[in-house]
Structures are given as structure tokens and as C-alpha cells.
Design a protein around this ligand. Sequence first.
Ligand SMILES: *Cc1c(COP(=O)(O)O)cnc(C)c1O
Length: 458
Amino acid sequence: MAIGDMDATTALSPDLPAAAAVARRDAAVRAAVAQGLVGQGAPVAALLDIVGIRRSAAALRSAFAEVTAAPVLHAFAVKAAPLVPVLRLLRKSGLGAEVASPGELALARAAGVKPSHTVLDSPAKTPAELRQALALGVAVNADNPQELARLDTLTRSAPTRSAIGLRVNPQTGAGSIDALSTATATSKFGVGLRDTGAREWVVRAFLDRPWLTRLHTHSGSQGVPLDLLAEGVRTTYELAEEINQLAGRRQVDTIDIGGGLPVNFDSDSEAPTFAAYARILQRTVPGLFDGRYALVTEFGRALLAKHGTIVARVEYTKAAGNRRIAITHAGAQVAARTVYAPQSWPLRIAAYDAEGRPKTGAAVAQDVAGPACFAGDLLAENRPLPLLEPGDIAAALDTGAYYFATPYAYNSLARPGIHGFSAGTDGGVRFATIRSPQTVEEVVAESGGEHIRTLDAL
Ligand SMILES: *Cc1c(COP(=O)(O)O)cnc(C)c1O
């Protein structure tokens, strides 16, 4: 893995947006220290670059506007950053929401996302969830034949404005991370099109149900190559064409191509871009972009990852077995994937001094450890960085999606505060709270605190 020395990459890179993002981040870390958002009182915090998020949302919209004149709903995958103010920001940037649980649907509604701009995907929707979605007019993608049977009953008992689709699995194969590959032969998601009789079953299911108007596919997240993603979309498009031909009308009017655009975790440049992916899709599936089909996308990680930074105070430094170790306050509770699967999820770490200025100095291999009580709680192992000292700030980069936003309660470590930032008119950095730091009282309350005596009676 190329963990670039930040100064070197920014000095050599012609990538001006990346250089600007680094400058915004550096200014934000400095200001976060100065304003006490991270430091003695708050050993770990998370920062979100609002300018960067707005730019990514605009880049996504223009990438698809370049390749099609058809309507496109960009439904942000809420699981990537389940934060109400962020969902509202994205809504105001023209995006909708893809939700996969009652909680995510509630977050999207709290953020004011319209039902018609909301898509419900989940492999385990209960009858109550389906009924709620249909009553609201939220689009629903059924996962399997049993769910379709439930929808038969529900749509018969009450009229709905919801667009209803079926998720299919093109079974085009896995990417580099098995746990995130949803288009394998045995994936739990959707109807596997290559299974014996399955394709015929899907076609029949549509012909029997005039209200079934969408096809949905999502081949996976991070690690799935773009041509494999595009191949899955092509398979889905061809199925739509077949259904429409047999139906003798444009029954399938919308294709939901899912998300899954991978993120570059080894430098500040954003690659691949939404524009590059849109062009690959247009080349692979030209018919999908000729205006006959409305589109839905469900990107998560690629919209948010680059814009988040975890800042953690270095509490102690030590050495063991000739290994230098910096013990920080960011570990599994904010970076579960990196800690449990470091090969798949390496993160760049940037070193800042106690005032929040980028540290310079010779790189020394060191472990950047978290606060949790197990040996594997490491954000980075044997990583060359300017030598961290107590009071310094270690920053875990590219953590805007699926990291601090989806914390893990190990060791009852409190959820850190999340602060949005942008440059003020005076050139200074302005912060706004996105999620308050969790207090220890709240930790007690959500750990059964109100049931303190219930076991006495048993
Ligand atoms: C997770 C998920 C997404 C988002 O994936 P990203 O890799 O974050 O873009 C989109 N659609 C579905 C159905 C998902 O499960």
C-alpha cells in the first residue's frame, strides 16, 4: 500500500482539488484544536468538510447529466453516513436517500427527504415496514419471491403511490473484499439471475404484476472493479429490455443501478470519479442512456469518505519489542473495519502537533493504537510517520463514510462528536455540530441504566 508522505504528495501532485482539500483539512484540524473540539476535554472527534461534500454531490449530478437526459434520482445510501444534518445537506444538494431499515427511513424523513426521493432496500423488510413504505409512497425494491408475495397482498389491500421494483443479482462475481461483494453466485441479496429457471421466473413475475416497474441491482461496495459493476448494470438492462418486449409496453420504466463506486484510500485524489464511472456505464450499456429509462443511483462511500477526518489525541507513547507505539483515542469504536480487517481497510494517518499543525520530521515506523482493550486495536501498524508524542493529534483520513458515523460500542467508549466545517468569510474555520459527543450518562442510560434493579427480582 502506498501511504504517501502528505507533504510530498501535495507538493508534487497537479491535483488542485486534492491540494485544496488538504488545505481545508489542515486548517480545520488547527481550528479544532484551538477551539477545543479535540484536546484534553475531547480526546477524539470527527470533522466533516462541508465544501467537499457539496462538491461531490454536484460532481455526481453533473456526471450523469453529461450522459443522459433522462431523470436520475441520486439516492444517497444512508448507511454510509446516518446523520440527519448530512442527509439534509445532501437533500439541499439535490439528492434523495436509500434506506434499509426503519431507523434509516426515520433519519431520511427527519432530514426532510421526500418519500418519492426515498428508496427502501433491505433483505429483511417486515410486513409493518412494507406497509409503512407503501403508505408513505417510498419506492420499494423487493428482494425475493416471498417479499413479492407479501407485496401482492399489500398492494391489493391498499392503493399506493410507491414505485415498486425487484432486486436482481447478476451473479457476475466478487471484488477484492468478499464481505462487500453482493453479486456472487451465493449472495444473500436479490434474485440470482443465473440460477436455473430464475430469469424466466423474474420475467413471469413482471408480466403477472403490472405494478412492478423497476429493476434494481447493486453489485457491491469498495473493491468491486468498475467493469464488473458495469457488467451487472448491463445484465439488468438486458433483462428490462426482455421484459418490456414480452409485455409489449415499457413496463420497466426505471433502472436502479445501486452504488458501489470505490474510494481511493491511499492518496488525497478522488479516483475513480463519478464522471469516469458514468462514461464506462455509457460505453458498456449505451441503451440505458438513450432516455427511455429513468435511473436511480445509490452511492454512499464515494460521496462522503474523502470528506471525513478522525482526530485523536495521543495519550501516551511507548516502545515494546523495539516497536514504537502511539496510544491514541481512536480505535475500533470509530474504525471497526480497519481494526478487524486491516488488510482490506488500510487508512492513511496524518500526524499533527499539539497545536494542530502538520508534523514534520523524519519518518519513524510506529503503531498507531486505539484505546480499546484488545491487542488488535490498531489504526495502523509499523507505519512511517513523524514520531508522535503525547498531546499530538493523530488523524485518520478518508473516514467520512462507514467510520465515525457508524460507531461501535466496544468498551463502552463514547461516540465522538461530529463537527461540520467550512471556511468563514474572514478566512477562519467555522464549525457546526452534526452529532454531539456522547456523554457517559448517555452511555449508562443506553446500557440498561433505567432497568438498574430489574434482575433483583429474578
Ligand atoms: C451499501 C449499499 C449501497 C451503497 O454502497 P457504497 O459502496 O457506499 O456506494 C447502495 N445500495 C445498496 C443496496 C447497498 O446495500
